[in-house]
Write a protein that binds this ligand. Structure first.
Ligand code: ADP
Ligand code: MG
Length: 694
């Protein structure tokens, strides 16, 4: 294993970064590019041509022969189609060519990507357009150009386009608020995101022997091993040699790609690990997270490992999530969720806090939908991840501040004026660094919010679109109110006080795993969509349609299309899992159990002939036989249930959840019992202890 000697030197070395552009582009071209980004205007073709030429020369030096528009279709992963730079010359040789047009615009066939009905069948084309705010990079001999993906009619077909739209919206509305506080300098406010990524690593040879892992990314069967994670001996434990080689390699590859990989450690479950990057702007964090997941998979293969990004690879063992740390910062780098030192700064902080609290309370369902997937259903509310109920953890100190503001509504009473915002003395708000309440779905952690409901395999785009958009909505409404106020300070105080009072119900600092919280949340009127099947239908509520269309995040058609894709994807995933279960039962599990039963019964016959007692074999054979019968019966039932799935998508989602998921659970009960009863030499695939304690 080579030693990485010079991290600063390799960091970003495969990225056509701003520094590289400055170095390699003519000053006026560099300035034009910079201006386009700052003013959000399209590049002139002549400028694009110059950039393309410089990019090509740089990429060829890095060993690239191809380029690809890299985009994020609604599959949640990324897509790419590679073209080589070669162009024939007259004399039969080739030259390497890359034009501004090829940089700026591409035309992949859109017909194989989910479009939710946005693409008429006669117009299969989709277009990709360079996102000049994201840097191109070289990977495996190709120049990667981050792009947006949209249809002939301009409808967004990807995850990046709405993210970019939401980033602009929240910036615009936040700047309006800053102006009210006398800030005339800030021109942009950035949504900042740091996404912590959990994953499992397994030996490749064992993974290859399990059809469920290969086809669905998780185990559909498997009895619990004698040892699980109860000893807590894995969390932050020493990292296995093979794994640490992998991590070293991974870091190097990520650093080359300019990804700020920072922290790595073992997680709670055996074979589970986490990687946290240093936060960056939401768009680049989203690209970086997609790349991180891909590099993890590739790098694992190189080390004879497999990286599982599924939310719940193993029953009875903690699953994997993604913590999405989110904040807003000005272009000068000032974090708007940092409590200030002066009353004025604190007043501004409290206003942003109020907007966040109001937004989350009003759009609980929308946020919940952004993490509603078949895989995440195994985690949310299962005492290893936050519950399916959205709430905000503020910590005791900040909650006390909110409460005193709420309780001193009669601010004309002199005894109570000490909390009057921005006017009188407000105690400087302490940074709450004590948060170790891992049960909260959305925790304030000093100067940012940590959204912890995300599944490990999902794109972080949707959740951040939601956070940015609800924030834009509330800040915009606040700005409307305050811009017209006669007395700003009075109006500000009233607004913050009113908002905290009306939306206090969303604040909860206690144990989110407890039954008491479920009861309490119900009393407070909070939503509790316990599964994706219950949550997904709320995505297209009138309220959400109004929200996203008002801020131009989605047209109504785009939102409906996404909804359809989420619903379809849920059904497809469960369908594949169910078919795989049936396949494994009929071709692996039953044959193994029956073969072992047969060997037992043959033994019984010979023992009986010899007049020897055979109690153990008889009892075992009976239990095996009963479980096999029950398994076969349930398997046939599941098989026939799968043939009568309702056509209507709403009904299908409910059916997959109510009938198919529970049918699979029934299969699992018998199959796992058979695994425990059967001689290991008969068992057709590696067990949990083989996989997790290799
Ligand atoms: P923990 O494990 O306690 O949640 P980590 O240090 O592992 O904390 O991860 C915290 C994540 O939050 C990191 O990715 C970090 O870069 C990110 N982060 C820190 N400050 C901000 C901020 N202001 N905005 C967004 N993300 C942030
Ligand atoms: Mg975290």
């Amino acid at each position: 294993m080579s030693v990485i000697r010079n991290v600063p030197e390799i960091f970003g070395s495969d990225v056509f970064s701003e520094a590289v552009m400055q170095q390699r582009l003519a000053p006026e071209i560099y300035r034009s590019w910079k201006q386009c980004i700052e003013t959000n205007t399209p590049l002139e073709l002549s400028v694009a041509n110059e950039i393309a030429e410089a990019m090509k020369i740089w990429a060829i030096e890095k060993g690239a022969t191809h380029y690809t528009h890299w985009f994020q279709p609604m599959t949640g992963i990324t897509a790419e189609k590679h073209d080589s730079f070669i162009t024939p010359a007259k004399d039969g040789t080739v030259i390497m060519e890359f034009t501004g047009k090829s940089l700026v615009c591409g035309e992949p066939d859109a017909s194989s990507f989910p479009n939710g009905g946005l693409r008429a069948t006669f117009e299969a084309r989709g277009y990709t357009a360079w996102d000049p705010t994201a840097f191109a990079f070289v990977r495996d001999g190709s120049l990667y150009i981050p792009t947006c993906f949209f249809s002939y009619t301009g409808a967004a077909l990807d995850m990046k386009t709405p993210l970019l739209r939401s980033i602009d919206e929240v910036s615009r509305e936040a700047v309006r608020i800053l102006r009210l506080f006398g800030d005339q300098e800030t021109t942009r406010v950035d949504a900042c995101v740091g996404a912590e990524q959990e994953y499992f690593l397994l030996p490749r040879d064992m993974y290859a022997q399990r059809e469920d892992l290969r086809l669905t990314g998780r185990t559909l069967f498997g009895a619990l091993p004698p040892k699980g994670q109860e000893l807590d001996d894995h969390y932050f434990g020493t990292i296995r040699n093979r794994v640490s080689q992998f991590m070293k390699d991974l870091d190097e590859q990520l650093w080359r790609l300019g990804i700020l990989s920072k922290t790595k450690h073992n997680e709670a479950a055996p074979c589970q690990h986490e990687l946290a990057p240093i936060y960056s702007s939401a768009n680049s964090a989203c690209d970086a997270n997609q790349l991180t997941m891909q590099v993890m998979k590739k790098c694992a293969a190189k080390h004879n490992l497999v990286c599982l990004l599924h939310e719940k690879p193993f029953k009875g063992v903690n699953g994997s999530g993604k913590h999405n740390n989110w904040s807003l910062a000005t272009d000068a780098g000032k974090n708007l969720f940092s409590p200030g030192k002066t009353p004025r700064q604190n007043a501004q902080f409290l206003l942003f806090l109020a907007a966040f609290i109001k937004g989350v309370d009003e759009y609980q369902d929308f946020l919940r939908c952004t993490v509603a997937t078949a895989g995440n259903d195994h985690r949310l509310g299962a005492h290893e991840a936050p519950p399916a109920i959205v709430s905000i953890f503020l910590g005791d100190e900040l909650t006390a501040v909110v409460e005193s503001i709420v309780n001193s509504t009669d601010y004309k009473n002199p005894k109570k004026t000490y909390m009057r915002i921005g006017v009188d003395v407000l105690p400087s708000i302490p940074k709450d660094t004590t948060d170790r309440n891992r049960t909260s779905p959305l925790a304030f952690t000093g100067n940012k919010f940590e959204f912890r409901m995300l599944g490990s395999s999902q794109s972080i785009a949707d959740p951040n679109v939601a956070l940015n958009t609800i924030m834009a909505e509330e800040l915009g409404k606040f700005a409307d109110e305050l811009e017209n106020a006669e007395n700003f300070d009075e109006a500000l105080h009233d607004l913050v006080c009113k908002t905290f009072t009306q939306h206090q119900r969303i604040i909860f600092n206690g144990n989110g795993y407890s039954q008491q919280w479920k009861d309490e949340a119900k009393k407070r009127g909070l939503s509790n969509h316990s599964t994706a099947a219950k949550s997904l239908p709320t995505y297209i509520s009138e309220k959400n349609i109004q929200l996203v269309t008002k801020h131009n995040i989605f047209t109504e058609a785009e939102l409906l299309a996404r909804h359809e894709i989420h619903m379809e994807s849920y059904c497809k995933i469960i369908n594949i899992e169910a078919l795989t279960s049936v396949d494994m039962v009929l071709h692996q599990i039953l044959p193994a159990a029956l073969a072992y039963t047969k060997s037992l019964t043959e033994g019984i016959i010979s023992k009986k002939a010899a007049g020897i007692p055979c109690k153990a074999e008889t009892a075992l054979a009976e239990r095996l036989s009963n479980a096999s019968d029950s398994l076969y019966e349930n398997c046939e039932k599941l098989r026939s249930d799968l043939t009568v799935v309702p056509e209507n998508i709403d009904e299908a989602v409910a059916y997959y959840h109510d009938v198919i998921v529970s049918g699979m659970e029934l299969l699992r009960q018998d199959a796992d019992l058979l695994e425990q009863l059967t001689d290991k030499s008969y068992w057709p695939y590696p067990t949990y202890s083989d996989l997790l304690f290799y």
